[in-house]
Design a protein around this ligand. Structure first.
Ligand SMILES: Nc1ncnc2c1ncn2[C@@H]1O[C@H](COP(=O)(O)OP(=O)(O)OP(=O)(O)O)[C@@H](O)[C@H]1O
Ligand SMILES: [Mg+2]
Length: 305
């Protein structure tokens, strides 16, 4: 498994519900165990990181959530207001224009809330301590699901291409510079060993690589089942015809048939993801317990060291 230890920014995305936030929590613990100072940034999420790490709730201010791990749940309106203040401060016009006009203008520009959140995550990568070293070695961004995640990344690209020279464009250029730097930044794709998430992940990887020029650093296949059956057994079970009998023997056979089908789909998905993506995948097991618990996250983190 390639290391993410030297990365300053991780953009974690994938289809809805595949385990992005779970991976963010586990990856943060894995990096922290290597002595890295890590900030997990959520964008206006229904926050469950605190349950996963057994910490205090996470709001719009950065709080410590584990040893060497901090977290923040960005509020888009607040982030946009902060952004407006930064833009205003940089212009002499700020002295004469009421900030509400700038705020109103920024709110009206499509994608600006998304950019305020992503831009704020990027800004956290630039924060420094009084010693001069970076406040966080790595910022992990718990990005929105597939399409929204892509749209969010397109905003700085558009600003960089069309905005006149100025602070707005400089932020976008600087952030894109980081996001596209293979040495300092990586996308972490999270997926499941199933047909639809596999297809979506392959398409997402193409868009990220070809259109957005962002490096894919890790592909994590989450909820992988240990196979129970051999290929021959799966084929034999696949030939059985489903019955609606409720006798214990028939119910057991039907369970076996379903499991064999799931293993077959999993095998096909793993093969596709291995051959069609630019990095070899990493695997996280399906836990047969509530994965939203500190001990479960610690268990998953061990697989990401
Ligand atoms: N390896 C696993 N084994 C068992 N359950 C898991 C595993 N990974 C995640 N889960 C569970 O799956 C559910 C979805 O996980 P999570 O919230 O991390 O997904 P998400 O991709 O962040 O979702 P969303 O798109 O809604 O933000 C949660 O209940 C989580 O505890
Ligand atoms: Mg999530």
């Amino acid at each position: 498994m390639g290391t993410l230890d030297d990365k300053r920014f991780l953009f974690v995305t994938g289809k809805g519900g595949v385990g992005k936030s779970t991976v963010c929590a586990a990856q943060a613990l894995a990096l922290a165990s290597h002595g890295k100072r890590v900030l997990v940034v959520m964008c206006n999420a229904k926050e469950r990181l605190s349950a996963m790490l057994g910490s205090q709730p996470v709001g719009a201010d950065v709080v410590p959530v584990s040893n060497n791990v901090w977290a923040v749940n960005i509020n888009p309106d607040q982030a946009l207001d902060e952004f407006a203040v930064i833009v205003l401060k940089s212009r002499t016009i700020a002295k004469t224009i009421d900030s509400k006009y700038v705020r109103g203008f920024l709110r009206a520009v499509p994608g600006m809330h998304e950019w305020a959140m992503l831009g704020k995550a990027w800004w956290h990568t630039t924060e420094k301590l009084s010693s001069g070293s970076y406040k966080y070695d790595c910022v992990i961004f718990d990005a929105p699901a597939t399409g929204h995640g892509l749209d969010m990344l397109r905003v700085p690209q558009v600003i960089s291409e069309v905005a006149p020279p100025g602070l707005l464009r400089r932020f976008a250029d600087d952030a894109l510079g980081l996001f596209r730097d293979t040495k300092r930044s990586a996308v972490v794709l999270v997926t499941l060993p199933e047909e639809m998430p596999t297809q979506e992940t392959i398409e997402l990887a193409h868009a990220l690589t070809n259109e957005l020029k962002m490096p894919i650093g890790r592909v994590i296949i989450n909820c992988v089942l240990p196979p129970l059956f051999t290929k021959e057994e799966r084929e034999a079970l696949g030939l059985l015809v489903m019955t609606d009998s409720t006798s214990p023997g028939e119910v057991a056979i039907e369970s076996g048939r379903m499991r064999a089908m799931r293993e077959r789909v999993q095998g096909e998905s793993l093969a596709r993801l291995s051959s069609e993506l630019p990095v070899p995948p990493s695997y996280l097991p399906l836990l047969f317990e509530d994965a939203c618990q500190p001990h479960a996250i610690a268990e998953l983190a061990k697989r990401l060291y």
